[in-house]
Design a binder for this molecule. Structure first.
Ligand code: GMT
Length: 377
């Protein structure tokens, strides 16, 4: 098949899922076209079977905000016509599903068509998508897609609750490359960070408000207060980084926390980690938790959204009430100080990650493409 994939180019979340899916599909002999406003972070090497198309935003003196959704729709029309796409798969509803609808309408007038699939990822539904500023357009655009998928059961249910969706939403969970995300020996790295054999606690995110990074710092402060010798590695960057840094200063623990910024090889940091923290206030799946688990790292998380579909309480880590940093601190201490428990949870985390193995889930998408194409034939 000739497949068009539209995504955000960002380091985490939907951009990663879309790009890895494109690679997985290309490995099976499909031809892929990726559309975005910048080269996706995970599209890191040249391949003849994946072409990246950068959406060109011509500026014009009248445009304070150049209309990205129109430029994207225009590029979709061109690719569908000239590259003869068999399927257009958009990730994150805003504005991608709307641009796809517009492209379809334009093509109808040219007696040409292509099935459009929208994959819902998270805040396109739970936060910004259901905001009154966008809600009507998002609702309409999802309903106009030929196929709709969501990355967790929680997200599917939320979409039905928040919008008036007439379509079946198929749950296809996020996936993991088990060969890339596995514990590897990085002893030199661990010694450099923890010269006195401290435990390593890690957090990875885009440091947006929903990630509740100050909760990570407070949870870790409980771990230190409980007498555990540990270092906290904060990976990523974003608007709340300075809040987190301030919290470290307030709690007098700057010597125990390292802010590493954005990292391309996050699996290397996970390989030296003993525990992963993800106390998010909203999380439809929690790909970062899955990446940690795949590297055999137990997870302490909030019990919000889709996280319980990934992290199993008492098995792969622990789930806590939102904002309960005391409980998160106690559970973290338990995992870090009980070697047997740590070994058991590390093994269970990896086994759980194996149920989200990439190949099986790429097959689910492939089968879904065929199903939608058959319906429209
Ligand atoms: O929805 C977002 O905030 C962004 C999105 C992304 O593009 O990074 O993240 C969401 O999609 C990820 C991939 O499906 C999920 O693993 C994240 O849980 C989800 N984020 C939220 O729900 C906050």
């Amino acid at each position: 098949m000739n497949i068009g994939i539209v995504c955000y180019p960002t380091f985490g979340g939907s951009g990663v899922v879309a790009t890895e899916l494109a690679k997985g599909l290309a490995n099976r002999g499909h031809t892929l076209h990726i559309l975005s406003y910048a080269r996706p972070a995970r599209l890191d090497s040249f391949r003849t079977d994946i072409t990246y198309h950068e959406v060109d935003l011509s500026s014009y003196p009248l445009f304070e905000y150049p209309p990205y959704d129109l430029a994207l729709a225009n590029m979709m029309v061109n690719l569908i016509q000239f590259e003869k796409l068999d399927i257009l798969h958009v990730h994150y509803a805003i504005p991608h599903a709307t641009s796809a609808y517009l492209a379809k309408q334009i093509l109808n007038s040219k007696a040409s068509k292509v099935p459009v699939i929208t994959t819902l990822h998270g805040t396109d539904i739970t936060l910004i998508g259901s905001d009154p500023t966008y809600k009507q357009v998002v609702d309409f655009s999802i309903n106009q897609s030929d196929g709709v998928t969501a990355v967790s059961e929680y997200l599917r249910d939320e979409t039905y609750r928040l919008f008036d969706i007439k379509k079946d939403i198929k749950v296809i969970p996020n996936f993991i490359d088990l060969d890339r995300f596995k514990k590897s020996k990085k002893e030199h790295f661990k010694r450099a960070i923890c010269p006195d054999g401290e435990k390593v606690v890690t957090h990875v995110s885009n440091f947006r408000e929903v990630k509740r990074v100050p909760d990570v710092i407070e949870t870790f402060s409980h771990v230190l207060t409980n007498g555990v010798k540990a270092k906290l590695l904060m990976v990523g960057d974003g608007p709340d980084r300075s809040k987190a840094e301030l919290k470290c200063r307030e709690l007098g623990m700057c010597d125990h926390v390292r802010f590493l910024g954005k990292q391309e090889q996050v699996e290397e940091v996970l390989s030296i980690s003993d525990l992963f923290l993800i106390p998010s206030g909203s999380e439809t799946f929690g790909l970062a938790a899955l990446e940690a688990m795949s590297c055999s790292v137990p997870v302490v998380s909030s019990n919000i959204g889709g996280l319980p579909e990934v992290n199993i309480h008492g098995v792969t880590g622990y789930l806590c009430e939102l904002g309960d940093v005391q409980a998160m601190g106690e559970y973290s201490t338990k995992i870090l100080t009980d070697e047997k428990l740590h070994a058991k949870m590390s093994k269970a985390a990896r086994e759980r990650a194996e149920t989200f193995e990439m190949d099986a889930i790429v097959t689910e998408y492939e089968d879904y493409y065929e199903e939608i194409r058959a319906q429209l034939a």
